[in-house]
Design a protein around this ligand. Structure first.
Ligand SMILES: Cc1cc2nc3c(=O)[nH]c(=O)nc-3n(C[C@H](O)[C@H](O)[C@H](O)COP(=O)(O)O)c2cc1C
Length: 400
């Protein structure tokens, strides 16, 4: 009784259970965040069919249990872009993460560094490149959207190089922002008049005092750190968002990626590929890697879940570029399934931001440690000891 009262007043779960899975952290984040922010993370485009199908595709793949294979030395280590990593997993870019927990991008980058997996910073992060670099010791990845002002683009790339980023993730599936009805209803996509915004905002934000103190007060400045200097008059995340929506360049084509290739000497990763033709175009313009991604079901609804298209894409560009995948990965078993179907590594978006929103840096460290443990267990029970040994034979045949 007292426990429930405390939880209601503070909007903080009294942690009588240890959160272990992505879904546990999702529930903690739901209790902790004002509804518009939770929905911004949790929601997808239109009817959210692809959002649901993404993780459904992972659930529906069956594994092939193998026994008596000496799995006493199971090892999840691998290499990504010449860097040794603890397991084939990386953190996808998540915009506005710093609205979900105090300076969340720094917390996530530090947790990723402790787990020795790559962290990718979004163009539209709250913490700027320089702040994340000052709080970490290892190079992180930087994600970029094409902005209409190419001068801003080259400046951002120069800043990324200055802080030691060697891997650029260029996102190609967002020439315009997808329609997300939860954001429309909550006023996150604009559209609510001032009175509506005040009503929705005040009630929601005021009823989450723990968030208001942690982020609203102690997490400031709540600006889009990387682009703040280009929008000197913007004061609120909403003002930054409208500037960004107007700056996203819908005219972008592969020609622009050729230009990016010519000015970015490091690894170039193209994020948001869902078919063979686009995968080949990406390698033709010099991409070192692609990410098979549908933006976590946030852009075009009713497209294929990523796991379904992965094998064909991986087959088509084998030996020409590294293939990564995200959208729907929720545990270490999913990581093994992705690798068995042709990826070199998997990436997670929502799970990491749920973990930081629900449990801070420590929460994300726990989640990453559980991903690793899942992977060890799944590899062991599938009879494989190392990541290169994971192949289609780790999956049941025939699949349902
Ligand atoms: C709240 C949120 C914000 C995101 N912001 C970005 C972004 O700024 N840049 C980007 O390339 N992808 C962004 N994504 C997409 C993720 O990088 C990733 O593709 C997606 O979350 C993977 O699906 P998952 O959430 O099911 O793991 C965002 C996703 C979410 C959920």
């Amino acid at each position: 009784m007292l426990k429930h009262k405390i939880e209601r007043i503070c909007n903080m779960p009294t942690l009588d259970l240890v959160p272990a899975t992505s879904d546990d952290f999702r529930r903690l984040a739901e209790r902790r965040l004002p509804r518009p922010l939770f929905d911004y993370i949790d929601g997808g485009a239109i009817d959210e069919e692809t959002l649901r199908a993404n993780s459904g595709a992972f659930r529906s793949v069956l594994l092939n249990q193998r026994v008596m294979r000496d799995v006493s030395m199971t090892d999840t280590r691998t290499e990504l872009f010449g860097q040794a990593v603890a397991m084939p997993l990386a953190l996808s870019p998540v915009g506005m993460a710093g609205m979900m927990a105090r300076r969340a991008e720094v917390q996530a980058a530090r947790a990723a560094e402790a787990a020795n997996v790559p962290f990718c910073l979004s163009t539209v992060s709250i913490c700027p490149l320089e702040e994340v670099a000052s709080q970490t010791t290892q190079p992180f990845w930087f994600q970029l959207y094409m902005l209409k002002d190419r001068g801003h683009v080259s400046e951002l790339l120069q800043r990324a190089r200055n802080v030691g980023c060697r891997t650029l993730v260029f996102t190609v599936d967002l020439p315009i922002v997808g329609t997300r009805y939860r954001d429309v209803r909550n006023g996150m996509a604009g559209g609510l008049g001032l009175a509506g915004r005040l009503r929705a905002g005040l009630v929601e934000y005021a009823s989450h005092p723990a968030w208001a103190v942690d982020v609203g007060l102690r997490g400031r400045p709540l600006v889009f750190g990387n682009i703040a200097e280009y929008v000197p008059n913007a004061r609120t995340p909403a003002a930054f968002k409208s500037w960004l929506d107007a700056q996203l360049d819908p005219s972008v084509t592969w020609k622009d990626i050729e230009w990016i290739r010519s000015i970015w000497p490091g690894d170039l990763v193209i994020k948001g590929i869902l078919n063979v033709a686009d995968a080949i175009s990406a390698t033709d313009v010099g991409a070192d890697a692609i990410i098979v991604s549908n933006h976590g079901g946030r852009q075009l609804d009713s497209v294929s879940p990523t796991l379904r298209v992965l094998p064909r894409i991986a087959e088509a560009i084998r030996g020409r570029a590294t293939v990564l995948i995200d959208s729907g990965v929720r545990n270490g078993q999913d990581v093994l399934k992705a690798i068995a179907l042709g990826a070199s590594a998997a990436m997670i978006g929502r799970p990491w931001i749920w973990a930081v929103a629900g449990g801070g840096e420590r929460g994300l460290r726990n989640l990453l440690s559980n991903f690793k443990q899942d992977l060890v267990t799944t590899m062991s029970l599938s009879g494989v000891q190392t990541v290169p040994e994971i192949s289609a034979s780790a999956l049941a045949a025939p699949q349902p």
